[in-house]
Design a protein around this ligand. Structure first.
Ligand code: F6R
Length: 370
């Protein structure tokens, strides 16, 4: 089943061009020679209600929460509805207010996560419209929600989620496009995103070529105690998810940090030893990331800069310890590209450190007890 690969996680990372293709298959509508819009069968009768909701809540745990975070800004931009992020366990601990006028979107690869499922029962009891985004047809969350989207990423066996994460972002991006389709002013933006969705599998193929570079980086980092990852905007999710991958499989402490918070504490950790990855690909926030890089350099930070191909000198004129150069897509799709080198890095770190890649210590694929 693993084919030519040594581990399921490795196979699933390299399968992403195909899993993303499957996620999009039959969902992009052609109008003349061009793809014009998206069709999500499980959502189409509910789009009007969602557009009219007072608020959208994204609810999930771990990686699935990060996928929601990666698409939050686009859903807000194209629907005009504010989006609140909720970790399922925290929503339940607080019994946070949920209203009949809310749309609650439950993101779960397995569709069986206990906290997410309990949050679904809670939101239903409050009268919210409940939408599922799952990878498992017939799962408890798929069955219990009023409507939803299957991400169709295919079976994921490695405990660390990889291809399900990128497919969740692709599926929720299509959901944002569907929510925005009644708005004329966003037409060219939506068309540009659709064009890049079509390019996505090829761009992922391109970024997978960084495999050897990530193995080399893993060799350099394998003895480290800790790794920080700074991101912002669309790539705050990349920072959190990249750090989660490294911590859960390579058993190395790693922390994803919102770069805008750097001066409010994390800066104190910076010295010439602690490796720091800064995600600074081209988008509306990259000027701010340039200034973060300068401040980290001024403190002699050991920087690894992830930037758009060809931007290394621009983003970091004084050089860095290492660059990870990735292809460019529309800003909202960039998290799908940017997570891939982190997945590869986490994989190689784990193999080099001698840990179990597919079954990390103390973790289960599906957390069915809260
Ligand atoms: C990490 C990972 C977990 C899951 C989380 C929720 O790689 O896979 O953080 O994302 O346990 O699981 P699902 O998505 O099945 O609800």
């Amino acid at each position: 089943q693993k084919g030519n690969y040594d581990h399921y996680m490795q196979k699933e990372i390299h399968e992403q061009p195909e899993s993303l293709t499957t996620t999009m298959r039959g969902r992009l509508i052609h109008g003349g020679s061009k793809v014009k819009g998206v069709l999500l069968g499980g959502l189409k009768d509910h789009l009007r209600t969602i557009r009219r909701s007072r608020r959208i809540l994204f609810i999930g745990c771990g990686t699935s929460y990060h996928a929601g975070l990666a698409t939050r800004a686009l859903v807000e931009e194209l629907s005009g509805v504010p989006v609140t992020m909720e970790l399922a366990s925290d929503l339940l601990d607080r019994r946070g207010p949920v209203y009949r006028e809310d749309t609650a979107i439950f993101v779960s690869q397995s569709g069986e996560t206990a906290d997410t499922l309990e949050a679904l029962e809670y939101a239903k009891s409050c009268g919210a419209l409940c939408v599922g985004v799952t990878n498992t047809v017939g799962s408890a969350i798929a069955r219990g929600t009023h409507c939803g989207v299957h991400i169709n990423a295919g079976c994921e066996i490695g405990v660390a989620s990889t291809k399900a994460y990128t497919s969740q972002i692709a599926a929720m991006t299509m959901m944002a496009l569907a929510l925005g389709e009644d708005t004329l002013s966003s037409c060219s933006r939506r068309e540009a995103i659709i064009d890049d969705l079509i390019n996505l599998p090829d761009k992922v193929r391109e970024v997978l070529k960084l495999d050897n570079d990530m193995k080399e980086l893993a060799k350099e980092l394998m003895e480290e105690q800790s790794l920080l990852v700074f991101g912002r905007g669309y790539n705050y999710a990349t920072a959190l998810e990249g750090a989660l991958k490294v911590k859960e499989v390579a058993l190395m402490h790693s922390e994803g940090i919102l770069a805008g918070e750097m001066k409010h504490g994390p800066l104190a950790l910076v010295d010439e030893n602690l490796p720091i990855i800064v995600v600074a690909t081209r988008d509306a926030t990259c000027i701010k990331q340039q200034s973060v890089i300068q401040q980290l350099q001024a403190r002699k930070g050991r920087l690894i800069v992830m930037c758009t191909k060809g931007d290394a000198n621009l983003m970091c004129p004084n050089g860095s310890y290492r660059f990870i150069e990735v292809p460019q897509l529309q800003d909202c799709l960039q998290p799908i590209i940017n997570i891939v080198p982190f997945q590869l890095l986490a994989y190689h770190l784990t193999v080099l450190r001698g840990f179990n890649v597919d079954q990390p210590r103390n973790l289960a694929k599906s957390v069915t007890i809260s």
